[in-house]
Design a protein around this ligand. Structure first.
Ligand code: HEC
Ligand code: HEC
Ligand code: HEC
Length: 358
């Protein structure tokens, strides 16, 4: 259905002759969303609280859209939607293993419904009313200057952001593909929301595959302002594979331990597979997608894994690669996972490598 781009007089004529056009003209943003969007998007909340609910989610949540987006971007994007996530939605639903490496299925990204300019505006106006009452506004001063090279070091070296997100540096686009592309995030996202998101990703989305990382206000502010400065699309190079037969074989191939449904298996898939791969061999989408300068540990290699004690494994998962003189691209999960969940992951790793520590 499209809105007639007509002045009042024509609308009356439309009213006389086609009831359909009038109903479109009189639809509010909320009506359009209820009619055309809620089959995929949740506009009510809460976000999925379990692994299985999260697997079933069709599209990003919109129930806090008014806190998350910049209104001008929303109006433009709804008329001309361009891909944001490399996997369309959650990467786990689109993994394909080829030659021992995880890749994303080519049909993961589907064309998004497009709206006429007037409808886009009324839909955006409605979505902008969907706000999170707890989020603090005015935390970030958008005009504040940062030293960009220092901010980039934070994003790429001191913290593992680049392992999962792509940004554009000069002419080069770098970074992983399990998280949304951030090359244009300055246009899309409200900096106050970005700040809150970095501070506590699980507040917004309990089963998000992004770690909660401890850092100072100053660092979080610097990262937020860096993201707010990203306004040009980067190159979207991603070797996607066609679906077809590979998917049918995937379930058995990528369940090496036969532990589907166990909490440790769910945690491994949600948090680790994006880098360590669905076979545990270190070839996840962030590695094959070019996001990592150091390849993640091969968890199936007994020769390597038997050199690491259980305490070392626990520490690496909890505090990240830096804590065990490994790569800082290995994120710390202690802010996201309980001690028990990490202990279970250590056991899970021992099953993967079929080995013991020294
Ligand atoms: C068939 C399912 C489907 C329908 C119907 C649909 N969307 Fe989406 N939408 C998606 C998916 C999948 C994405 C993620 C796209 C990406 O990341 O590239 C998305 C992304 C979005 C985003 C960006 C969200 C974010 O957090 O990045 C907005 C805003 C949005 N949709 C609004 C709408 C509106 C408004 C409608 C109704 C007019 C609608 N969508 C209908 C599947 C759908
Ligand atoms: C292990 C992977 C991973 C790491 C590391 C990571 N993120 Fe994320 N991030 C994600 C995922 C996954 C999402 C959300 C997925 C979705 O909405 O589809 C996300 C979402 C975001 C968003 C919201 C983007 C949007 O468009 O919805 C921002 C901003 C963000 N991350 C910034 C950061 C920053 C800054 C860092 C480093 C401090 C970081 N991330 C580290 C995986 C990661
Ligand atoms: C953002 C990518 C990424 C994610 C997500 C990730 N890792 Fe890693 N991991 C790495 C990298 C890179 C290394 C370093 C490899 C090296 O230096 O040999 C690593 C190393 C490790 C090591 C070896 C540490 C050592 O002492 O050498 C363990 C154990 C490990 N990861 C477990 C996990 C577990 C469990 C998860 C999920 C909870 C996980 N990783 C999630 C990237 C990642």
């Amino acid at each position: 259905m499209s809105l007639p781009n007509a002045p009042g007089k024509l609308l009356i004529i439309a009213f006389l002759f086609t009831t359909d056009a009038v109903s479109a003209a009189s639809l509010s943003g909320k009506d359009v969303v209820d009619d055309k969007c809620v089959s995929c998007h949740d506009v009510v909340g809460p976000a999925p609280g379990t692994f299985n609910e999260m697997l079933r989610r069709q599209a990003p949540d919109l129930f806090y859209a008014g806190s998350k987006f910049n209104r001008p971007w929303l109006i433009d994007w709804l008329q001309n939607p361009t891909p944001i996530r490399y996997s369309g939605n959650l990467f786990l639903n689109y993994l394909v293993v080829q030659g021992g490496k995880d890749m994303l299925a080519a049909d993961a990204v589907k064309p998004h419904p497009r709206l006429e300019p007037k409808v886009a505006k009324s839909v955006a106006d409605y979505l902008m009313t969907l706000k999170d009452k707890q989020m603090k506004e005015g935390v970030i001063d958008r005009g504040k200057k940062i030293r960009k090279p220092k901010a980039v070091v934070l994003f790429r070296k001191r913290l593992p952001c680049v392992a999962c997100h792509r940004i554009k540096l000069g002419a080069r686009t770098v970074g992983g593909i399990s998280g949304p592309d951030l090359t244009e995030a300055g246009l899309r996202l409200n900096p106050d929301w970005v700040y809150s998101m970095i501070e506590n990703p699980q507040y917004w989305d309990p089963k998000i595959a992004m770690p909660k990382l401890a850092m100072s206000h100053k660092k979080r502010e610097t990262l937020t302002l860096l993201i707010a400065s990203l306004k040009k699309p980067g190159e979207r190079k991603n070797k996607a594979l066609s679906h077809s037969t590979m998917v049918a074989t995937m379930e058995s191939e990528t369940d090496p331990l036969g532990m589907r449904g166990h909490p440790a298996d769910e945690n491994y898939r949600l948090y680790c597979v994006q880098c360590h791969g669905s076979l545990g061999t270190g070839r996840g989408i962030n590695d094959s997608g070019g996001g990592l300068t150091v390849s993640p540990k091969n968890h199936t290699l007994a020769k390597e894994m038997s050199k690491l004690s259980d305490e070392n494994l626990h520490l690496a998962i909890s505090e990240g690669g830096d804590a065990v003189q490994s790569s800082g691209l290995m994120p710390p999960w202690g802010g996201t996972l309980s001690k028990k969940a990490i202990q279970d992951l250590v056991i899970y790793l021992r099953l993967l490598c079929q080995c013991k520590g020294p």
